[in-house]
Structure formats: structure tokens, C-alpha cells
Design a protein around this ligand. Structure first.
Ligand SMILES: [Fe+2]
Length: 178
């Protein structure tokens, strides 16, 4: 609704009307209400993905055990993927006029991932933790796919693509526990 009325409003009065929330330097293709909901979805996803990258690096450094090399290398693949997704999500936020916040303190407060324990971890412990973390990220992403169904299909498309890749990754981690 908000999107429709905004697009019909002449530029000047539209800028006045939305000055409270969209007064930043990047104008949005979305109306205020849709931008706000989509922006929150992207921000929350960004925090999960930055944390996923940090968890995977922590595990990459601390893994020990018989399958060290495979797990160590597979973790760096996850690091690269999570960093790439985080960048895509942050830049989608910018593209809809929302400033992304990827600061460490914000991630520590807002990530939905389970805490990864400090110290050495066996290869099995690491694999179990990564399966859990990926499961949590995926569950949260799937809720956000629903939330963006009516606010922004372009963002929804991005979240679907990320979920598809992470679900494949989760399978490849979980297969090692069979
Ligand atoms: Fe390394």
C-alpha cells in the first residue's frame, strides 16, 4: 500500500512525507513501510551471516582430529561463502536506502547463532556445531523469506538463493556424521 501511494506522489511532497525515515543519501525503490520491514530483515540476516563467517573461522583454527585437513579446508569454503552472502545482503540493504550495520558489537548483540565454544574442538564437535549453526541460520532465513513475500520480491529472491546454497552446505556437513 505504502509503496503504491509513494510512487504516485510527486517527488517534492514524497520527500517531505517520508523525511523522518528516508532522509538518507540513498533513495529507495520501496515505500516507507516496505522499506522498513525489508531493511530489518536484511539487517538481521547480515548479523547472522557475519557471525556464521566468524564461527567458521574460529572452527577452522581450532579443529583437531583424524579428519582435520578435510574439515579445516571445508570450513574455509564456508567462510568465503558466508562473507560473500553478507556482502550481497548488506549491499541489498543499501540499494533500498537502508544503512547496514556490521559492527562487531552489533553482531555480538544481534546474531541468532548458537555460541561457538572457545578452545580446541574435535572434528566431530566442529561438524555438529556447524550443522546446528547452519540449521539456525536457515530456519531464520525461511521466516524472512515469508516476511518479504509482500514487501520486496527482489530481496526475497536473494534470501531464497542464499537459503538454497546454505541448505546444500548443511547437507554436505551433516553427511559426514552418518
Ligand atoms: Fe587458514
Amino acid at each position: 500500500m505504502a509503496q503504491k501511494s509513494d510512487s504516485k506522489t510527486p517527488k517534492k511532497s514524497s520527500a517531505k512525507k517520508s523525511a523522518s525515515k528516508s532522509s538518507g543519501p540513498i533513495t529507495s525503490p520501496l515505500g516507507d513501510a516496505d522499506r522498513e520491514i525489508t531493511g530489518e530483515v536484511l539487517q538481521d540476516t547480515l548479523l547472522d551471516l557475519i557471525d556464521l563467517h566468524l564461527v567458521a573461522k574460529q572452527a577452522h583454527w581450532n579443529v583437531v582430529g583424524r579428519f582435520f585437513r578435510d574439515v579445516h579446508l571445508q570450513l574455509d569454503e564456508l567462510v568465503t561463502a558466508a562473507r560473500g552472502y553478507a556482502d550481497d545482503v548488506a549491499e541489498r540493504a543499501v540499494a533500498i536506502g537502508v544503512s547496514p550495520d556490521g559492527r562487531a558489537a552489533t553482531v555480538a548483540k544481534g546474531s541468532g547463532l548458537p555460541e561457538f565454544p572457545a578452545d580446541w574442538r574435535t572434528d566431530k564437535q566442529v561438524i555438529e556445531a556447524i550443522v546446528d549453526s547452519l540449521g539456525e541460520v536457515i530456519t531464520r532465513l525461511r521466516k524472512r523469506i515469508d516476511e518479504t513475500d509482500k514487501t520486496d520480491l527482489v530481496t526475497q529472491d536473494l534470501l531464497i538463493a542464499i537459503s538454497s546454497d546454505l541448505e546444500k552446505s548443511r547437507w554436505m556437513w551433516q553427511a559426514q556424521l552418518a
